[in-house]
Design a protein around this ligand. Structure first.
Ligand SMILES: NC(=O)c1ccc[n+]([C@@H]2O[C@H](COP(=O)([O-])OP(=O)(O)OC[C@H]3O[C@@H](n4cnc5c(N)ncnc54)[C@H](OP(=O)(O)O)[C@@H]3O)[C@@H](O)[C@H]2O)c1
Length: 262
C-alpha cells in the first residue's frame, strides 16, 4: 500500500509546492484548502503527471468540525498517511487596534488551533504504526515579535514552540515533528495580508527553495529548518540580541502610519 501525505493549504503557494514534490517522489497526496475547483484541477494534474493517487478535499480548516472530517476521511478510507503538512495559514498587516478583530481571531484559529487539532489526530495515527512526520509552517516571524503583524508573528511563535515541544515528547516513537521557518516567500501571502509586496531588505525566496530545504530537514531529522543564509545568520544573531531591539527592527519593516481612530 502506497503512503499518503496530507497537505493543508495546498491550493496555492508553499502547500501546492509541497504537493508537487511529494507527488514527484511517488507519494500519494490528499490536498486540502477551501477552493474546490482549484483542488480538483491540482489533484487531477498531479495524478496524471506523476501516476499517483491524488485526493482533493475542500474544507475550511478554521472550522473545528471540518478538521475532524479530514482525520475521519483518512481513517474511514484506510489511507496509509505518513506525512502531515500544516501549511494553511494567513497574515494581516496594520496596528492591532484597528485591524478587523474577527479576522485576527480567525487567523489564530487557523494558524494555531487547526495545527494543534490536526497534529493531535495525525500523531495518534502515526503512533499506532510507529511512523510519521508532521511538518508545521512556522516562519522567521516566530523568532521575534513583529509590530503591525502582531497576531501573525505570535501564531508563528506558537507553532515553533509547539512543534519543538512535541518533537521532544515523541523521541523514540518513530514519529517526528519539524517546524519550517522561511522568511519572505514569493506567494500570494503578502497580497492576501494587504501588503503590495514585503517591505524588507530580506530576499524573497521562491517556494521551490523552501521545499528543497524542507525535504533536506525531513531527511536529516532536523527539529526545525530556517530557509536562506541571511535568515539563518539573523536567527543566530537574534539569540544574542535583546528582544526589544529585534522588535524595533521588525517594526521598521512592517510598520504603517497609524490611522487616527478619533
Ligand atoms: N509566503 C511567505 O512569505 C511565508 C513566510 C513564512 C511562512 N509562511 C507560512 O506558510 C504557509 C503557507 O503560506 P503561503 O505563502 O503558501 O500562502 P498562500 O499562497 O496565501 O496560501 C495559503 C493557503 O492556505 C489556504 N487556506 C487559507 N485559509 C484556509 C482555510 N480557512 N481553510 C483551509 N485552507 C485555507 C489557501 O487556500 P484557499 O484560499 O483555497 O482556502 C492556500 O492554499 C502559511 O502558514 C504562512 O504563514 C509564508
Amino acid at each position: 500500500m502506497k503512503e499518503y501525505a496530507v497537505i493543508t493549504g495546498a491550493s496555492a503557494g508553499i502547500g501546492l509546492e509541497f504537493a508537487r514534490e511529494f507527488a514527484k517522489r511517488g507519494v500519494n497526496i490528499v490536498v486540502v484548502a477551501r477552493s474546490e475547483e482549484r483542488l480538483k484541477a491540482i489533484a487531477a494534474e498531479l495524478s496524471t503527471t506523476f501516476g499517483i493517487e491524488s485526493i482533493g478535499l475542500a474544507l475550511d480548516l478554521a472550522e473545528s468540525g471540518e478538521r475532524k472530517r479530514l482525520a475521519e476521511y483518512c481513517t474511514e478510507n484506510e489511507l496509509d498517511v505518513s506525512y502531515l503538512v500544516n501549511s494553511a495559514g494567513y497574515g494581516s498587516n496594520g496596528a492591532f487596534d484597528i485591524l478587523d478583530l474577527a479576522n485576527e481571531l480567525q487567523m489564530t484559529e487557523l494558524n494555531c488551533i487547526a495545527v494543534q487539532e490536526l497534529s493531535r489526530y495525525f500523531i495518534e495515527m502515526f503512533l499506532r504504526k510507529r511512523k510519521g512526520t508532521v511538518i508545521n509552517l512556522a516562519s522567521t516571524a516566530a523568532f521575534q515579535p513583529v509590530p503591525y503583524m502582531a497576531t501573525y508573528a505570535a501564531t508563528k511563535a506558537f507553532i515553533l514552540s509547539f512543534s519543538l515541544a512535541l518533537r521532544n515528547e515523541l523521541r523514540g516513537t518513530g514519529v517526528e515533528v519539524m517546524a519550517l521557518c522561511p522568511g519572505p516567500v514569493d506567494t500570494s501571502f503578502f497580497r492576501n495580508a494587504g501588503m503590495a509586496k514585503p517591505k524588507t531588505f530580506l530576499r524573497v525566496h521562491p517556494p521551490s527553495l523552501v521545499i528543497r530545504k524542507a525535504f533536506y530537514g525531513i531527511e536529516h531529522h532536523k527539529p526545525f529548518v530556517v530557509v536562506g543564509g541571511l535568515n539563518t545568520f539573523l536567527y543566530y544573531l537574534g539569540n544574542i540580541t535583546p528582544v526589544t531591539w529585534r522588535t524595533w527592527i521588525a517594526a521598521s519593516m512592517f510598520g504603517r502610519k497609524r490611522r487616527k481612530t478619533s
